[in-house]
Design a protein around this ligand. Structure first.
Ligand SMILES: C[S@@+](CC[C@H](N)C(=O)[O-])C[C@H]1O[C@@H](n2cnc3c(N)ncnc32)[C@H](O)[C@@H]1O
Length: 432
């Protein structure tokens, strides 16, 4: 692709202002390049590739071993695992504007791919044929935190939550119409016990009895692969019974699993000062991640008050030797669930967006939404790192790639990739 074509391509994903920001020029210059009024200097080609476009797949539509669709895609954690297995994504649905930008910055999909928004507005017949359906449908209606919040506000939860609780049925209608060879659904562990088990029974009943799939599920903790306690249920189903079971899944021991130090910035000058998180020659984490005296005092008082009442609420202070609590999408607000100790003389700090990405199993090549690159805002990134109300613009990323990856490895060992996805049996390594 020549430089003009690259600019046109980038403009399909970003505004002139966003491109200008990433290249350090002004937006009018980008527009002039676009209209061919002026020619971009030679460095622009590399800069666009490196800063704005997915590194993989830019030039080609490589032949795929199988096709899949990515529903409730977040920033694509789940699909990362299936890309690695040689799959081609033919349809994505995600309605959160921030998540969509981050997704577009990280995945190149060929001309046949459709990137839809609200899945409830998509007719099932319009979804392309595919081998594997992926769906990390929203968990708030079923998660402990989501249910308590909805109860406190007197709002319905589970399937009675008409906006978020019924999205499973959108997945079901697509499975009914397209009959993929297999599917993988993901949700919070609490889905199993929600409404005394009735919610989960309904889901399994629909998948098994109404849709006729052979279905099995397992709760997997992300802490096998990353230093984060994150329990998620993975439900897999097969159109034909392929004899799948979970016995082939060898989860690494918690004892030997990586600890927090493995994802923290080294702060010794060995990491690039990206995303405004690091500064100086040593690449020290910028001071805005350190809690102010006021916030730190507030969090400590709040925790003490709850301790007196015998409640467990409070902040989670961790060191490099620890495993964190579950990262939530409200993390960018106060960061209370995961605070990194900086010793007794300094207030603790929040994780940076890059550290969050690592905690969710993303490799360092994963890109942030460029439209907020120049800010210290964490919002765009946390969009996808965990469960939280979409109404705040903060989507969810329940499905960490490491969990999806482990599942995919498991499915590969057990024949899903072979049988459902057309002949590939490679076992994918976890992404960490
Ligand atoms: C649990 S997250 C999925 C995470 C994703 N599977 C991943 O691996 O990163 C659920 C996502 O569903 C999106 N979502 C919620 N309702 C939606 C709808 N009606 N249509 C499309 N996306 C929706 C949210 O914005 C959120 O990003």
């Amino acid at each position: 692709m020549d430089t003009h074509a690259l600019i046109d391509y980038a403009l399909e994903r970003y505004s002139p202002r966003e491109i200008a920001m990433a290249l350090g020029v002004d937006a009018r210059t980008v527009r002039r390049w676009h209209t061919r009024e002026t020619d971009p200097p030679p460095y622009v080609s590399d800069a666009i590739r490196q800063r704005l476009l997915p590194l993989q797949g830019l030039e080609s539509d490589a032949p795929a071993d199988f096709t899949f669709i990515d529903l409730f895609a977040g920033i694509g954690g789940m699909r990362t695992a299936f890309d690695k297995q040689g799959g081609r994504c033919v349809f994505t649905s995600e309605w959160d504007a921030y998540a969509r930008k981050t997704y577009a910055a990280n995945f190149h999909d060929g001309p046949g791919h459709v990137f839809a928004g609200d899945i409830t507005a998509v007719h099932e017949k319009d979804v392309p044929d595919h081998d594997v359906l992926l769906a990390g449908f929203p968990c708030q209606p079923f998660s402990i935190a989501g249910v308590s919040k909805k109860n406190a506000l007197g709002r319905p939860h589970g399937f009675s939550d008409k906006t978020q609780g019924t999205l499973f049925f959108d997945v079901a209608r697509i499975i009914a119409e397209k009959r993929p060879k297999a599917f993988l659904l993901e949700n919070v562990k609490n889905l199993v016990s929600h409404d005394k088990g009735r919610t989960f029974s309904t889901i399994i009943d629909v998948l098994t009895n109404e849709l006729g799939y052979t279905v099995t599920s397992k709760v997997i903790n992300g802490k096998h692969f990353v230093p984060q306690h994150r329990e998620r249920i993975i439900i897999v189903g097969f159109r034909e019974d392929v004899g799948f079971d979970w016995d082939g899944l060898e989860l690494p021991d918690f004892e030997t699993a990586p600890k927090l130090a493995s994802i923290l910035h080294k702060q010794d000058g060995s990491e690039p000062a990206e995303w405004n998180c690091l500064e100086g020659k040593q690449g020290k984490v910028t001071p805005n991640y350190t809690l102010t005296d006021k916030l730190w005092a507030y969090l400590q008082n709040y925790a003490a008050k709850h301790r007196e009442k015998g409640n467990g609420f409070g902040f989670g202070l961790v060191t490099g030797k620890d495993t964190t609590r579950t990262l939530s999408a409200r993390y960018y607000k106060d960061g209370s669930e995961i605070l990194v100790s900086q010793g007794s003389k300094k207030n603790p700090r929040r994780l940076t967006p890059r550290e969050c990405a690592r905690l969710m199993g993303f490799e360092d090549t994963f890109r942030r939404n460029v439209s907020t690159l120049s800010q210290h805002s964490l919002r765009d990134f946390y969009v996808t790192t965990s469960g939280s109300p979409v109404s705040t613009g903060v989507g969810t990323m329940v499905s960490a790639p490491e969990v999806a990856s482990s599942c995919e490895a498991c499915m590969a060992r057990s024949g899903l990739m072979c049988t459902a996805a057309g002949g590939r049996a490679t076992v994918g390594a976890p992404l960490t």
